[in-house]
Design a protein around this ligand. Structure first.
Ligand code: C2E
Ligand code: CA
Ligand code: CA
Ligand code: CA
Length: 277
């Protein structure tokens, strides 16, 4: 052990140890939560700018553990991806989303439900089959399901064929795919070229700086035009104020999602919004 600088070495390793320990605790508690189906789902509306109607809702995972408290998705999802538990979160969210979509449809509420999937989940060769099985089990028409794929990861060569095949199979069944966080990754164009994407979700970091500069405005205007030229539905996420909505509408953006419409909420609140109360 060194004398000088010893402190900083010790404290660094303490920090690392603490982080590793938190990860291990989260993994352990998450396993339990999944077994007991102790996760929750909130829904955030997506609004069609032409009609002013809510046409879809995004399902977002929420987890409050009795020992470690609330674990936000931004912490939870990366750990779940690392540990492989993301597949189990994915199945849980899919099943809940399908059940909810069916419940709404039976009540005359016509909403698609959009779930988040990591391309990593599609590495599993049985992904498409297990999605179709869940749709069948819950009696959910495939047309009510949307799947958001993020472009955080590059497509890996070995997995590529299997991913493309499975996504095309699901598309043939009537499921729609959205490219999430558009503009932030490094694989967007490759994704768009290879995958059956129908919706482009412009990332909220662009929207949050929309009103700040003319340059950003031209950039986003260009993104919308680009999406339209590819025959895609363009959705802007993270819309918080009216001025952002107005500008996006003037660019020809199809739909918006964000606090301006609503935060992620319980199903009951979606029903109130849908019926215009
Ligand atoms: P995302 O898919 O881009 O989801 C949008 C995030 O932005 C959500 O955060 C939402 O609550 C938040 N948001 C929505 N509107 C606004 C707004 O107007 N302003 C601001 N500042 N934020 C807004 P959340 O729920 O914390 O989720 C974070 C990320 O975690 C998601 O980003 C998604 O990548 C991931 N995630 C959440 N749930 C799931 C899930 O069930 N499965 C997977 N694989 N990932 C999930
Ligand atoms: Ca998303
Ligand atoms: Ca997003
Ligand atoms: Ca995001």
């Amino acid at each position: 052990v060194r004398e000088a600088g010893g402190d900083s070495i010790v404290s660094l390793s303490k920090t690392t140890h603490k982080a590793l320990n938190r990860k291990a605790v989260i993994e352990k508690r998450l396993l339990l939560a999944l077994d007991q189906k102790n996760l929750k789902v909130l829904y955030q509306p997506q609004l069609d700018l032409k009609t002013g109607n809510i046409t879809a809702v995004e399902a977002l995972v929420r987890w409050e553990d009795e020992e470690i408290g609330v674990v936000a998705p931004d912490e939870l999802i990366p750990i779940a991806e690392e540990t492989g538990l993301i597949n189990r979160i994915g199945s849980f969210m899919l099943e809940r989303a399908c059940e909810q979509a069916v419940e709404w449809r039976n009540a005359g509420i016509n909403l698609k439900v959009s779930i988040n999937s990591s391309v990593r989940e599609f590495r599993d060769k049985n992904m498409a089959k297990s999605i179709l099985d869940t749709l069948a089990k819950t009696n959910c028409p495939p047309s009510l399901l949307q799947i958001e794929i993020t472009e955080k990861f590059a497509l890996e060569a070995e997995a590529e064929t299997s991913i493309i095949k499975q996504m095309r199979q699901l598309e043939n069944e009537g499921i729609t795919f959205a490219l999430d966080d558009f503009g932030t990754g490094y694989a967007s164009f490759r994704y768009m070229q290879l995958l059956p994407i129908e919706i482009l979700k412009i990332d909220q970091t662009f929207i949050s700086s929309l009103l700040q500069s003319e340059k950003t405005q031209r950039l986003i205007d260009g993104m919308v035009k680009f999406g339209k030229s590819m025959n895609l539905t363009v959705l802007a996420e993270g819309v918080e104020i009216e001025e952002q909505k107005d500008l996006l509408k003037s660019y020809g953006c199809d739909s918006i999602q964000g606090y301006y419409i609503s935060r992620p909420v319980e199903p009951k609140e979606i029903e109130y919004m849908y019926s215009g109360k």
